[in-house]
Design a protein around this ligand. Sequence first.
Ligand code: GLC
Length: 418
Amino acid sequence: MDLDSRAREVMQDNDLGNYTVPTKGLYPYQWNWDSAFCALGFNTYSEDRAWLEIETLFASQWQSGFVPHIIFHKQDPNYFPGPDVWQSNTSPECTGITQPPVSASMILALWKSGDKRANKARLQAIFPKLVACHRWFYRTRDPLNKGLVLTVHPWETGRDNSPEWDAAARRIDTSEVGTYQRKDITHVNKDMRPLDEEYDRYITLLKFGRATQWDHDRIAKESPFKVIDVCMTMILSRADHDLMLLAEELGEAAIVEELKTRIALTRNNINYLWDDQLKAFCSKDLISGLPSGHITSASFLAFYADVGSQEQREYLLAHLDRIASKVKYLIPSLDPESDRFDSMRYWRGPVWSVVNYLAALGLKECGQSVWAQRILDDTRALVKESGFYEAFCPLTGAGTGGDHFTWTAAIWLYWLDI
Ligand code: GLC
C-alpha cells in the first residue's frame, strides 16, 4: 500500500466519528492541538470532516473562553490520569489546562483552500469562539501584559518533558503526590517517555489545579510552576495574525484592530524571551526570572511568528546550521550539543513533524526557502523510512513513542505528500 493510503488508514482507524484520537492505547481521547493539525489531514479528502474535528473541540469550550487540552468523550480505563482524576465537573469531562492555540491558524488554512460559499456559515459560527479563546489567553495568561504566554503545566505546552521546564519544575514539592500507576509505559518503552520524577510533578500540579476547582485566575497567580513559554507565545501571536485575516473576511473591523494591537504587543516585547548568552529565543521561568538556557525546536518558531530583529534571525539561522551538522534529520527538539540531549526521549531530542511543519512554513515566508525545503525533505524522509510514528530519532530516523499516529499521518497528507 502506498504511504498516502496508509496515512488515510491511520486517520480512519483513529477517527471516532466527530473527533479523532492521537493513537489508540497511548492517547485514547481528543487532544486539543492534535485535533487542529489532524483537520489539515482530513481537509485533503473531506472538508466537512476537517471542520467537524475543530468544531467538536470547541463544543467543549468553557464560558470563559478556555479550551481544554483533553476532552474525555468516553471513559477508557487504559489512560492515566483520566476524568476521575481531573474532576472538571463538565460534560463531557475534560482537563483543566489548555494547549498551544493553533486552531485559528488551522481554520484559516481550511478556509483558504475550501469552498467559501459552503463554509461561510461554519466560519461565522466558530469565529467568535476563536476570538474568545484568544481573549482568554490575554486575560488569564499574560501576567506581564506583554503578549507573552504563561503556562502552568508542562502538559499544556505540548512539549511535556522539554528540558526547558527542568529548573522551574524542580521547585515543585512532590511529597504529597501519593501513589498512582502510570499507564503510558504499558503502551510504550519507558526509555522513550518522561521520567517518574517528572510524572510526580505533573500529577502534583494537576492536584494543585483541581484543589482550586480549576479557577484559572487563581492558578495563574498561585501555581508553583509558572513559565513564559516560547512555543505557546509564538503560536498565539501567529494565530492572532491568522485570526485577523479571518476577521477581515468577515468584516469584523473592531476585532481586526484588537488583534493588530496584540500582535504589536508581542513583537515589541519578544526580547523578554531572548537569551543573550545563548543568542536564541527560549522560555523563561517567571518565578526566578531566569531563562531556560535551552535551544529547542521551538526557538525556531520566531520565523513563524514573524518576530525578532534581523540580527536575531541571523543568530538563529547560524544555530540551525550548526545543529544541521550534528544530526541527520532536522529539527531535533533539543540542541544536540546540550548535555540533556536524548535522541529517543520525547521532547529531549526527537523530531516532531508538527513542529517541523510550523517552523518550515515560517522560514519559507521569511524568505528562507532553502532551510524550509531542507526541513520538509527531512520530515518526508523520516516518514518514508519509519512510518507514522509519534516522533523520530534525529540521528538514525528510527520511530519513537507511539505508532499509527494521527498528526504524523495528517502532516503527511497535507504537507509531505506532494
Ligand atoms: C503528548 C505530547 C503532546 C500531544 C499529546 C497527544 O503529551 O507531548 O504534544 O498533544 O501527547 O498526542
